[in-house]
Ligand binder design. Sequence first.
Ligand code: HEC
Ligand code: HEC
Ligand code: HEC
Ligand code: HEC
Ligand code: HEC
Ligand code: HEC
Ligand code: HEC
Ligand code: HEC
Length: 439
Amino acid sequence: MRLAITLLVTCLLGSPLLWAALALPQQGVGEFADQWQPDAMHEYWDPETMHRPEKERMSGVYTADDCLACHKALTPGIVKDWQASRHAQAAQPVGCPACHGDDHQNLSLPGPQICGGCHPQRVAEMEEEKKYGFPSHALAMQRAVDSKHFADKPKAEVTACLQCHSVASKCDSCHTRHRFDAAEARRPEACITCHSGPPHPDDQAYAASAHGRLYQQEGQRWDWRQPLRKGNYPAPSCAYCHMKDGKHQVADKAVWKFGIREVNPHSAENAIKRKRWLATCADCHPEEVARDFFRNLDAERQSAWQKLYAVERLLKGLRGDGLFTPAAKERPPYPMDWLGKWWPRERIGFYEGQASAFYNVSAIERDYFELWYFTNLAAYKGMAHGASEMSQKRHQQMEREAAAIAAQAEQLRLTPKKVHDRPSLWQQGEYTEYNRDHQ
Ligand code: HEC
Ligand code: HEC
Ligand code: HEC
Ligand code: HEC
Ligand code: HEC
Ligand code: HEC
Ligand code: HEC
Ligand code: HEC
């Protein structure tokens, strides 16, 4: 019996064909490709890189009508959605083989490359985002898998990143398969599946704004079949503002971007971006309304950064006096962080380490992280979307959190330094170990 199993395993490993048929890619992608292995869902999130044809699948080469006939019984929902789509109704219907191929043992799952065969302009627009750097939809997958904690943590704990960051590698995030309905993509609901949660509460900010309130009151009655152009909508949705005139490009106006760094809104490049914003608002408002709005946004950001810098100065003082407990060298290092193994560092904000290094830190650093990454970003997103009350409340919260950190710092200075055991942080624990063993 044991011999039979050994033989079988040897056979499987030895046969490239079967191996290709059964296995996922053995390597991840990106900077840490050789450090992690994709999990099964990855083939849906990054289909053009991760999908492998399955040779044990039913065989045959079929016409579009064959696909429909069989899949009508097998996957009726998919066929119904496709029948209701523009693809089915086009003069030359875009059938199942146009996207998946016609050889059933060699099916593809389509991503931007296949869609781009017929919609090259849309793909080119998204590609163009790359010249504006992070963040952007086009670079989103890279951003996630190149984060150290993505490669460090067990896959079961970080696979969910791809649910959102796959916006780069598939075209069915906003107009979902198999309806591929532009009307669906124009609505805010298409964006807030990803644009929600503590570091980017765009959903809350929009809902609390004058634009979002109008949408909630009467959006059901707007004609979403209309393209996003001047005159077609009484108030803007996310896509109206961020994808002006339907352009598949969300990065060409972003000045404050994600909000985690201070920027100079008046640099030459940012002045050009601001002009694009003013042109967007000009569909419905006199220019002065928009100018005021951006003046207020920049002032809000300035005041937020004054608060953040004050706390960073305090923390740098503690660090200088060796008062972080546990200190960096007492913590388990990030497995991926070679530099950090030799030169362990306390983490304070963006410049003092990378944004993703927020797990393995002392309590007071984590408190600052939450102030900077959650409360501050919510204050920014509120203001950026005209939800000034939301923003004010978050500023008050920033003040409370800064005061609590100051009190904690005082305490650290008063009490003599404790001796710490090697702490059991995110690298240990039953759940983490189980997941690591079952990668
Ligand atoms: C316009 C392109 C397009 C057409 C036409 C199309 N599909 Fe798809 N199909 C997709 C995309 C995109 C996905 C999802 C890929 C991913 O998840 O990354 C998909 C996924 C699927 C899946 C896998 C679903 C799952 O959840 O596992 C099946 C089955 C499928 N399609 C069947 C069909 C059939 C049958 C037809 C014809 C009626 C068809 N498709 C037509 C683009 C298309
Ligand atoms: C005779 C029936 C039959 C015909 C014809 C047929 N399929 Fe399928 N298809 C299946 C079955 C059964 C499965 C699921 C089991 C499997 O994977 O073999 C499937 C699965 C799929 C999947 C899912 C693949 C995945 O990775 O999740 C896609 C996509 C698909 N078919 C597309 C097509 C396309 C495109 C055609 C026409 C070129 C077609 N099918 C013709 C029976 C059929
Ligand atoms: C073989 C060519 C072809 C491929 C491949 C293709 N499309 Fe299309 N697509 C079309 C045609 C043709 C239309 C209809 C245009 C019309 O009616 O004016 C269309 C229309 C659309 C629309 C507009 C729907 C609406 O409500 O107005 C969307 C969105 C879309 N496609 C997305 C996609 C995506 C995403 C993919 C890849 C998963 C894809 N298409 C792949 C040819 C294609
Ligand atoms: C499938 C998830 C997903 C959907 C749906 C989605 N986004 Fe995004 N979006 C992301 C991710 C992830 C990022 C950040 C990428 C990175 O880290 O580089 C992002 C970034 C952005 C940015 C920041 C660009 C910059 O330069 O600062 C804007 C603006 C944006 N999205 C707007 C939208 C709009 C508008 C919609 C709806 C029409 C939408 N997104 C739908 C996932 C999504
Ligand atoms: C709910 C959807 C969602 C999930 C889940 C998610 N992200 Fe994001 N992420 C976003 C969005 C949206 C943005 C950008 C928001 C903005 O620009 O305001 C973003 C931004 C980022 C950024 C910052 C980009 C920059 O340029 O500074 C990084 C890095 C990142 N995500 C990595 C990850 C990792 C790693 C995970 C998993 C542990 C993850 N994300 C999970 C939606 C998500
Ligand atoms: C962030 C959300 C989002 C993503 C991701 C996205 N789209 Fe769209 N798409 C939209 C919106 C919004 C519209 C409606 C535009 C309008 O009203 O002019 C649209 C419309 C379309 C249309 C039909 C309208 C037209 O004039 O071309 C096509 C085709 C299309 N998208 C293709 C794609 C392709 C290909 C991809 C992948 C590269 C993609 N989309 C990814 C949001 C998105
Ligand atoms: C009235 C136009 C408008 C609407 C509607 C709108 N936004 Fe924004 N959004 C802005 C402005 C202005 C900024 C700040 C731009 C800057 O200075 O970087 C911003 C910032 C952002 C950012 C940070 C990246 C960037 O471009 O600066 C994201 C992500 C974002 N919005 C997503 C959304 C989502 C998701 C929705 C819908 C729930 C939405 N927005 C609705 C105008 C709008
Ligand atoms: C498609 C039209 C449209 C666009 C584009 C648009 N707005 Fe508005 N805006 C409205 C409408 C309509 C209202 C009034 C809502 C109400 O009174 O209920 C409004 C209200 C406002 C208000 C007043 C808010 C209040 O609380 O009274 C401000 C400020 C504003 N918009 C700023 C902007 C800025 C800045 C932009 C561009 C980033 C923009 N708008 C883009 C339609 C638009």
